[in-house]
Write a protein that binds this ligand. Structure first.
Ligand code: NAD
Length: 260
């Protein structure tokens, strides 16, 4: 049980992050959700967490490109609940382009959101975790932290980077009962994936079914999408006592993608 603990999940107004937040709440943790969206939609998700699981949930509007707002998000968790025990760095964006045309601002944005934000949040959360002698840091990496795909230079760089950051942090915190791991999903059915379909249909002259089966699931030997609930269940396991000796690991949940 995570009762009495607080989890901060970045990018949790949608997709995998929302599933993490609901899984931790289901185990009794109070939650700081974070991410963008229409205020009414965010409020709906926030209040549903409280109502469905009988815990507290607050929303931090912190923009993961802004170091001072990231520090404020951690401070909000500590101020509201007294601690931040579980930190999940999950906010992420994608942009697909040949490298010679890759917009410089998109490169900077992807490195900021998908990599540097985790540095800033870990930096802010570790002092409290050390003081209390317990912590769980989980970073959503990707199959692209282990292998590459063309036209995703910024995303692949950021995801390889976060796998390295996770290892360094795990070693630094190893004797403090704080673990740091990354979870590396293959294709998970979320808005991030759904939004890539129209562009890929256009770029490759394919139907939606062809994009799903011949492009996306082509990489995934099981030929099935991972579900957000499966990813969240792995994160929940990492928060338990049985996972106390799992640290510095990069855990694949990719239908066999990176085995190939
Ligand atoms: P999603 O688009 O459903 O959710 C992304 C979340 O990040 C949203 O809550 C969004 O508001 C938030 N976000 C975006 N920019 C932000 C910013 N600047 N500041 C704060 N929040 C911001 O995507 P998802 O598929 O759930 O992806 C979540 C994570 O999982 C990402 O890191 C992604 O790279 C990773 N991932 C996804 C897949 C997949 O197939 N969906 C596979 C591997 C890894």
């Amino acid at each position: 049980t995570l009762s009495g603990k607080t989890a901060v999940v970045t990018g949790s107004t949608s997709g995998i992050g929302l599933a993490y937040a609901r899984a931790f709440a289901g185990a009794g943790a109070n939650i700081v959700i974070n991410g963008f969206g229409a205020p009414a939609d965010i409020e709906k998700e926030r209040s549903a967490i409280e109502k469905d699981f009988g815990v507290k949930a607050v929303h931090s509007p912190a923009d993961m490109t802004k170091p001072e707002e990231i520090a404020e998000m951690i401070a909000l968790g500590e101020k509201t609940y007294g601690s931040v025990d579980i930190l999940v760095n999950n906010a992420g964006v994608q942009f697909v382009s040949p490298i010679e045309e890759f917009p410089i601002d998109k490169w900077n944005m992807i490195i900021a959101i998908n990599l540097s934000s985790a540095f800033h949040s870990i930096r802010a959360a570790v002092p409290g975790m050390k003081k209390r002698g317990w912590g769980r840091i989980i970073n959503t990496a990707s199959a692209h932290s282990l292998v590459a795909s063309p036209f995703k230079s910024a995303y692949v760089s950021a995801k390889h980077g976060i796998a390295g950051l996770t290892k360094a942090v795990a070693l630094e915190l190893a004797t403090h009962k704080i673990t740091a791991n990354c979870i590396s999903p293959g294709y998970v059915w979320t808005p991030l994936v759904e939004k890539q379909i129209p562009d890929t249909m256009k770029a490759r002259g394919m139907t939606k079914e062809q994009v799903i089966n011949d492009v996306m699931l082509d990489a995934q030997p099981t030929k099935e999408f991972v579900t957000v609930e499966q990813v969240a269940a792995l994160a929940l396991f990492l928060c338990g006592d049985d996972a106390a000796q799992i640290t510095g690991a990069n855990l694949s949940i990719d239908g066999g993608w990176t085995a190939a």
